[in-house]
Design a protein around this ligand. Structure first.
Ligand SMILES: Nc1nc2c(ncn2[C@@H]2O[C@H](COP(=O)(O)OP(=O)(O)OP(=O)(O)O)[C@@H](O)[C@H]2O)c(=O)[nH]1
Ligand SMILES: [Mg+2]
Ligand SMILES: [Zn+2]
Length: 309
């Protein structure tokens, strides 16, 4: 049997890169029965049937994400914009938190600097110790730095619809010619131009996945995180953890809280702290017991990596 990587998933078919081109595959029924969903980035075993193929098995993953649905990435690139469609910091924070809990390096890119100054948003993440680039797909600002940041890795771009994920990739690699869409000024959001996840080669050992932007529906959905783990999803909190008066401090209203003290002193950003609070976009799992509603969500989220349970 042959082992290859899935580079695209579309309408129930999986497209696998082989030495002699891309092969369209379908998955065996047992994947569905076992609640296993192959993802772009997965390594799979296939058998051939003429010029088509069949996915026979998924090889072990080093990481996996639900949104965007990708596996085995080296870096998550969170694209944001201060021009329409404006990216709310909590959206960035949620993606960064999930990456951090999976030990996947993240990069924040604030695009459209030609339309609205990107620095204030960029500064929030610089202060949190996250690598940040400021770019413009229009003027080419920051493109060389972006190319360098992508080199030699498999990166996945994510961000709300219309921030310029596809535009930026086109600018970094003009032969890609990815479709880009208009932004609706009236609604203040993108038009979901990119409809599927696909992995592109940008040269030696460099791959990047373009993904559909989050939709309003997506952003209402919550991420599942263990209650005690949430604080570790924010790396700049680390120096203060373990220094609160109460060992089980939730960093909310408890007296002697070192995290809140750092917040008051401006060492932790207000938006970062707000996202880390229970109820701000995460469903917090109790160690020994989950509610029926959570159990349903967990079944729906079969792709969640073991770390999050
Ligand atoms: N002025 C300016 N316009 C940009 C920039 N980046 C993207 N755009 C425009 O923003 C619109 C949306 O860009 P896309 O690249 O389609 O955005 P996307 O993030 O791929 O959106 P989805 O595929 O819907 O998730 C297009 O009209 C682009 O021309 C930029 O840096 N500056
Ligand atoms: Mg796009
Ligand atoms: Zn505390």
């Amino acid at each position: 049997m042959e082992e290859y990587r899935i580079i695209k998933a579309l309408s129930g078919f999986y497209y696998v890169q082989t030495e002699d081109g891309v092969v369209e595959c379908r998955a065996r029924g047992r994947f569905r029965r076992q609640d296993q969903s192959p993802l772009v980035g997965d390594f799979v075993r296939i058998t051939r049937q003429g010029d088509k193929g069949v996915l026979e098995a998924l090889l072990p993953r080093k990481n996996a994400f639900i949104r965007p649905a990708v596996a085995n990435i080296d870096q998550l690139v969170v694209l944001a914009s201060c021009a329409i469609p404006v990216t709310e910091p909590f959206l960035i924070d949620r993606v960064l938190a999930i990456a951090q809990l999976q030990n996947v390096p993240a990069l924040v890119v604030v695009n459209k600097d030609d339309l609205a100054p990107a620095q204030p948003l960029a500064e929030i993440y610089r202060r949190a110790g996250v690598p940040v680039l400021v770019t413009s797909a229009e003027t080419g600002e920051g493109i060389e730095a972006l190319r360098e940041a992508l080199a030699g890795k498999l990166s996945c771009l994510t961000g709300n619809s219309g921030v310029g994920k596809s535009s930026l990739l086109n600018r970094a690699c003009p032969q890609l010619q990815l479709p880009v869409g208009e932004v609706s000024e009236k609604l203040g959001r993108g038009r979901h131009t990119t409809r599927h996840i696909e992995l592109y080669s940008l040269g030696s050992n460099t791959f990047v996945a373009d993904t559909p932007g989050f939709s309003a529906f997506d952003t209402e959905r919550m991420e599942l995180v263990h209650k005690e783990q949430l604080q570790y999803a924010f790396p700049e909190f680390a120096p203060y953890l373990g220094h609160c008066q109460f060992p089980d401090c939730a960093h909310r209203k408890e007296p002697g809280c070192a995290v809140r003290k750092a917040l008051a002193e401006g060492k932790i950003g207000q938006t970062r702290y707000s996202t880390s609070r229970p109820g701000a976009g995460f469903i917090l799992l109790e160690r020994n017991g989950i509610t029926a509603g959570q159990a349903k969500l967990i079944r729906a989220a079969v792709l969640l990596p073991p770390l999050l349970f």
